[in-house]
Write a new protein. Structure first.
Length: 283
């Protein structure tokens, strides 16, 4: 079973990449033919950002993260095995870990500088799921790195992550590619594209809501769940809009603003506050 698991886990990156590219390409063609896409340059920057994100993360995963996961797995006093209940628990654990890392990325300014790149686009489409920061390799591995300590086999986590990432691509589909609303019961249980689009909105009612990847359980449990408000259509992008079709600006703007704030104060406590307190914090 372990040998088969290793075989499937080695196929996951290729399958995930191929499926994600297929979804993005099909949606881009459909939106182009229906003239429902307006910001083509922004889409190009989404894909260029993916290259900046993927290369260091892939290298880090191959060399360090997977090796560290196996090391932590051998240190764990638990071994949950490969039966189907363990797969379900692994997905739940991954989903909770994703929620935690995602929420920290919004509530710690240094991490927000990394994550803000993903929120810069002002038009929702599947390629936004590709858009990441050159510094994502410092944050993203923590979603999976510590899970083997709970007794989950690292190769199981790799496969679970691959399945979750395909769902993550679908969450970013344009409202013109899918109905803007879905069944109320579904969006109360799952993070659907209609629910996740709100997470990308700059309207105050939607800011810092819907951090979940698959299940709405965590948002509902921790008070961050938000359904569409009938009077508030989402306005995508950052609360302080930037040129999201400029690769350099979208990658560096938040870091530059943080550096200006840190440099402007002589007090170490205030410097640390700018780094680790939520975005918008001032002494």
């Amino acid at each position: 079973m372990a040998t088969a698991l290793q075989h499937y886990s080695e196929l996951v990156p290729a399958l995930m990449t191929g499926a994600a590219l297929g979804i993005v390409t099909l949606e881009w063609i459909a939106l182009g033919l229906s003239r429902k896409i307006n910001r083509h340059r922004e889409g190009v920057v989404n894909v260029a950002s993916a290259v900046l994100t993927f290369i260091p993360i892939f290298a880090l995963n191959q060399v360090l993260t997977i090796a560290a996961m196996f090391g932590l797995y051998h240190l764990s006093p638990l071994e949950l095995g490969l039966a189907w209940p363990s797969w379900l628990l692994a997905y739940l654990a991954y989903d909770l870990s994703s929620y935690a890392v995602h929420r920290l990325s919004h509530r710690v300014r240094l991490l927000w500088c990394v994550h803000a790149v993903h929120h810069a686009p002002q038009e929702m489409k599947a390629s936004v799921s590709f858009r990441g920061s050159f510094a994502d390799f410092l944050v993203t591995p923590h979603t999976t790195l510590w899970l083997p300590l709970l007794g989950f086999h690292p190769l199981m986590i790799i496969i679970v992550e691959g399945a979750a990432m395909i769902w993550g691509v679908l969450l970013h589909l344009s409202e013109h590619a899918l109905p803007p609303r879905d069944l109320p019961g579904l969006r109360r249980a799952l993070i659907t594209p209609a629910v996740h689009r709100l997470h990308h909105a700059s309207n105050p009612v939607y800011v810092d809501k819907n951090y979940g990847l698959t299940f709405a359980l965590w948002d509902r449990l921790f008070g961050t769940h938000q359904l569409p408000a009938t009077s508030e259509a989402p306005r995508y992008g950052l609360t302080k809009p930037i040129d999201s079709a400029n690769l350099w600006v979208s990658q560096t703007d938040e870091f530059a603003a943080l550096w200006r704030d840190v440099r402007a104060t002589p007090r170490m406590a205030e410097k640390l506050g700018y780094l680790f307190k939520p975005p918008g914090w001032h002494p």
